[in-house]
Design a protein around this ligand. Structure first.
Ligand code: ZN
Length: 503
């Protein structure tokens, strides 16, 4: 066996341990009885520390040291371009993991597993004080993590790099400023518009069983393989994978909000297609892994917003939806329904936000996270800072912490640096779809015929199966011929909502 093959074999062992961790997480969020919480935290900490030990131990370090300089990451002479790329990416993961002591990894896993459960209770009880000590502990662990990994331009950049390799907060600030300049006036003009979008159509009483049925049908049409996946319900929808042949999603349905469930089903479906589209041949190695969280979000948001909030999609699906809910929709023409699902209105909850105001939620979180990580803002000040910023960004003030600072799960799992990837996904996906439409000139017609897999196949070839052979910026430049800017996304938003709101 060649050294590279030996290394790949060892990385599959690590990936299988990580898959076991993921399976325990999936169970924790779906079917685990509440009493199992603290035992689960210990189980997770154990397996996660075993995975870490294996990744930084001799069995990986040995073969890796023959292929790359362990100090600098420079690949050994005599490797092909592709092999050089592969070992450089493996080294990146190895180097990041090796900087962290094993007891730290264990403590982080245990703390965040407990904190997620406390966060869920605190949110339910609207009690930030209950969650605060856990969050303080996590923030202290994050400071330690940054010390171990080494500070990049700013401490926050170190964390950001874990989600979006190569991205900096300076670059994100530039993109967000570019976006804000056009987004804020757009949202203001929409707010001043007299157009009634009849949003109440979406808030009628929609049977949950039928909602589920409809969502499953769309998932299957998208090409989500149910032999290698399944959908369950959970409080906070997510996608999780143990291998490209087992990629699971969850959703959350609401009787009086048709689009809440459908959007989350399609969103997670987009993530799941990415994971199912990774090349199993390379499982456990960077070539069998997604490029970044931002590219992952580009896939979910592409389906959720660019496809499932557009007319061709509903040309096919609206008659089917009407047949399922005649009592609510029989008398509603498709144009009216299309307006209703594209209502823009500032709201408190990020996951329910429309595609125009959504990015304002992200900008607020980006600002606050930098204050916590770079400026060491005390955790107890978060609720009031949050409420003030919500008021200045969206013009509304949360009525409770449950609808404010406690609404997102991310900080409870230590995900500082994660939020900006959502907005990056929005910026990536517009030029990606533009390129797909150049390659598939009748894509809109195909979608209007319900042939969604045409798009799935294109994405599989040009995005999913690429793995980490390219960085996010290389992928975007290769597909569009240009570096990332906010312009395509803002052009898209302005064109769509100028028509919808007669601006
Ligand atoms: Zn997502």
């Amino acid at each position: 066996m060649s050294i590279l093959e030996q290394l790949k074999k060892e990385l599959r062992v690590v990936a299988n341990l990580q898959g076991t961790v993921a399976l325990m997480h999936w169970d924790q969020e779906t079917y685990m009885p509440p009493g199992g919480g603290s035992a689960r935290a210990e189980q997770l900490a154990l397996i996660e520390s075993l995975a870490h030990e294996r990744l930084v131990g001799d069995s990986v370090r040995g073969p890796l040291s023959e292929l790359v300089d362990l100090e600098t990451g420079t690949p050994a002479a005599g490797l092909s371009d592709e092999e050089q790329r592969l070992v450089a990416e493996i080294w990146r993961d190895y180097h990041r993991a090796a900087a962290l002591p094993n007891e730290f990894v264990r403590e982080m896993a245990q703390t965040t597993s407990e904190a997620q459960q406390v966060w869920a209770e605190s949110r339910q009880q609207n009690d930030f004080g209950k969650f605060a000590p856990y969050l303080e502990k996590i923030v202290r662990l994050k400071y330690r993590e940054i010390d171990y990994l080494g500070k990049k331009e700013t401490p926050y950049d170190t964390l950001l790099d874990g989600f979006e390799p190569g991205m900096t907060s300076a670059e994100i600030t530039r993109l967000f400023d570019e976006m804000k300049e056009r987004l804020v006036p757009l949202v203001q003009k929409i707010a001043a518009s007299e157009v009634d979008t009849h949003a109440e159509i979406i808030q009628r009483d929609y049977d949950l069983e039928k909602q589920w049925q409809f969502g499953m049908a769309v998932l299957e049409d998208m090409g989500y393989d149910l032999q290698c996946g399944r959908q369950d319900e959970s409080a906070h929808p997510f996608t999780i994978n143990f291998h490209p042949t087992d990629v699971r999603i969850t959703t959350r349905l609401e009787r009086n909000n048709l689009m809440a469930g459908l959007s989350s089903t399609i969103h997670e479906g987009g993530h799941a297609l990415y994971e199912q589209g990774l090349d199993p041949e390379w499982f456990g190695t960077p070539f069998g892994q997604p490029i970044s969280y931002g590219i992952h979000e580009s896939q979910s948001r592409l389906w959720e917003n660019l496809i499932a909030l557009d007319k061709p999609f509903w040309q096919y699906y609206y008659p089917r939806l009407q047949a399922l809910f005649p009592e609510n929709l029989e008398l509603v023409p498709i144009e009216v329904f299309y307006h209703a699902i594209n209502t823009v209105k500032p709201s408190l909850i990020r996951v329910d936000a429309d595609e125009a105001t959504y990015n304002l939620h992200i900008m607020l979180r980006f600002e606050i996270e930098k204050m916590v990580i770079n400026d060491r803002l005390p955790v107890r000040e978060l609720p009031s800072i949050w409420n003030d910023r919500m008021e200045s960004y969206l013009g509304i003030r949360p009525d409770s912490d449950a609808n404010g600072v406690l609404q997102d799960v991310h900080w409870s799992f230590g995900g500082f640096g994660y939020f900006p990837t959502y907005a990056l996904g929005n910026l990536y996906n517009v030029p990606i779809l533009e390129r797909a439409k150049k390659d598939i000139t009748d894509l809109d017609d195909q979608i209007a015929d319900g042939k969604l897999t045409v798009l799935r196949d294109w994405l599989r070839e040009h995005v999913h199966a690429v793995g980490r052979r390219k960085t996010a910026s290389e992928l975007i430049e290769d597909l569009t011929g240009q570096p990332l800017t906010a312009r395509p996304f803002m052009d898209y938003l302005e064109a769509k909502y100028t028509e919808l709101y007669a601006l």
